[in-house]
Write a protein that binds this ligand. Structure first.
Ligand code: FAD
Length: 385
């Protein structure tokens, strides 16, 4: 029995190639897109040409066909190399909130219809679950879908949808019956009559990822657009959420490393009281804590990649990695602000943006409280929800 924590030569080379691309080709206008709250279309196209939009999609549909472990390593490298967390989050939502649903639950016909466009980046994916009255409590969602002949008619409102104003394809969850077995997922192209983007929702975090509110008024989709089975929406949600939680942590681990290196450079260069900041233990210990969090988050992340590589479930592990990585990234971003002093909160440097971009991480994909509920439940704590 062996256990190998090192990357293979191929993985190391891929990582280096992605970091070079992410540093040189994208992210240069991060401050602009953050200020204006705009989507970096050129960056998206560059990522699509580089293959990122189709990393986990099989080659037969035009993707790169990366296995789960390779995908984790690739996403970590992207998060490390790309300075624009908003652009990276657009890609993450595309992959882990839309593409993954099709990969795991799409029919052959649906895969053939949508995956080539999602892979080459001509289609942007999104995921519409949350509603004004249904956030953490997914089962309380009120959007309905009613069968009418060969079609389903969707009515309701979805909010806080990442990529909401720019997506071409939405995975939409609606109520088709009572309780857990009364949820169904639908593939809804953005140009479907009856679907309207009500507004772009302004926010403090990942401002380069446009967030939208959507309205469905008699929005009719063919029965062929039911994803998975009618009434299978909750099962679909629980079986893909571990990908979203687990794999979105990959770019966050990359960001933690980028932040740490930025802080190491700063505390080694800047002097006060005639000595580098890093010589003060109160400062160096902050960086030591950042390093500990980074190493632990990465270990758990690679375990998720390994579990999914083997086709195993990772519901518990993905909740743990989601909780630990997002909270650790928030701690790291706050530590980065502290060790930079005034430079940490002015707009001249990206440190304040890194902190803002991190705030959303402890909310989307289930808040930290919800992850603790899941972890407690899967640990056998009686009554935990
Ligand atoms: C940046 C960002 C991107 C997002 N992208 C998408 C997207 O693409 N698609 C989509 O559908 N949604 C998206 N969301 C919405 C997100 O999934 C919800 O915000 C999240 O599930 C929490 O729901 P809520 O905001 O309604 O908070 P609430 O559910 O109202 O929770 C408020 C507070 O109460 C706590 N709480 C609630 N219930 C419990 C409980 N049972 N136990 C303990 N504490 C509890 C929460 O932890 C939180 O602190 C996004 C959100 C953000 C911030």
């Amino acid at each position: 029995m062996t256990m190998d924590f090192s990357l293979s030569p191929e993985q190391t080379a891929l990582r280096a190639k992605i970091i070079a691309f992410a540093r040189d080709q994208i992210g240069g206008k991060a401050a602009e897109h953050d200020r204006d709250e705009t989507f970096d279309e050129d960056g998206w196209r560059a990522c699509a040409e580089f293959g990122i939009t189709g990393w986990p999609i099989p080659q037969e549909y035009g993707g790169s066909g990366f296995d789960p472990l390779t995908t984790v390593i690739a996403c970590e490298a992207l998060g490390y190399g790309c300075a624009d967390n908003g652009l990276v989050f657009v890609i993450e939502n595309h992959l882990w909130a839309c593409v993954i649903h099709l990969l795991k639950h799409g029919s052959e016909e649906q895969k053939a219809r949508f995956l080539p466009g999602l892979a080459d980046g001509s289609l942007i994916g999104a995921h519409a679950l949350t509603e004004p009255e249904a956030g953490s409590d997914v089962l309380s969602l009120q959007t309905t879908a009613e069968r009418r002949g060969d079609n389903w008619v969707i009515d309701g409102t979805k909010c806080y949808i990442s990529n909401g104003t720019i997506a071409d394809l939405y995975v939409v969850f609606a109520r088709t019956g009572e309780g857990q077995r009364g949820l169904t997922a639908f593939l809804v192209p953005a140009d479907t009559p009856g679907l309207r983007v009500v507004r772009q929702i302004s926010k403090i975090s990942v401002r380069g990822t446009p967030m939208g509110e959507l309205r469905f008024d008699g929005c009719e989709v063919p029965a062929a657009n039911v994803l998975g089975k009618e009434g299978g929406g909750y099962h679909l949600f629980t079986s893909t959420i571990e990908w979203e939680r687990g794999f979105m942590a990959a770019t966050q681990v990359g960001r933690m490393q980028r932040l740490l290196e930025t802080c190491v450079a700063h505390v080694s260069r800047r002097k006060q009281f005639g000595a580098p900041l890093g010589s003060f233990q109160a400062v160096s210990h902050r960086l030591a804590d950042m390093r500990v969090n980074l190493e632990l988050a990465r270990l758990m992340l690679y375990k998720i990649g390994w579990l999914k590589q083997q086709g195993r479930m990772a519901l518990l592990e993905s909740a743990i990695v989601k909780l630990f990585t997002s909270e650790s990234l928030l701690d790291s971003a706050l530590a980065a602000v502290r060790v930079h002093g005034a430079r940490g909160i002015v707009a001249d440097l990206p440190i304040e943006r890194e902190l803002r971009d991190t705030l959303g991480c402890v909310v989307y994909g289930g808040t930290s409280d919800i992850q603790r509920n899941v972890i407690a439940g899967l640990t056998g704590v009686a009554g935990a929800i």
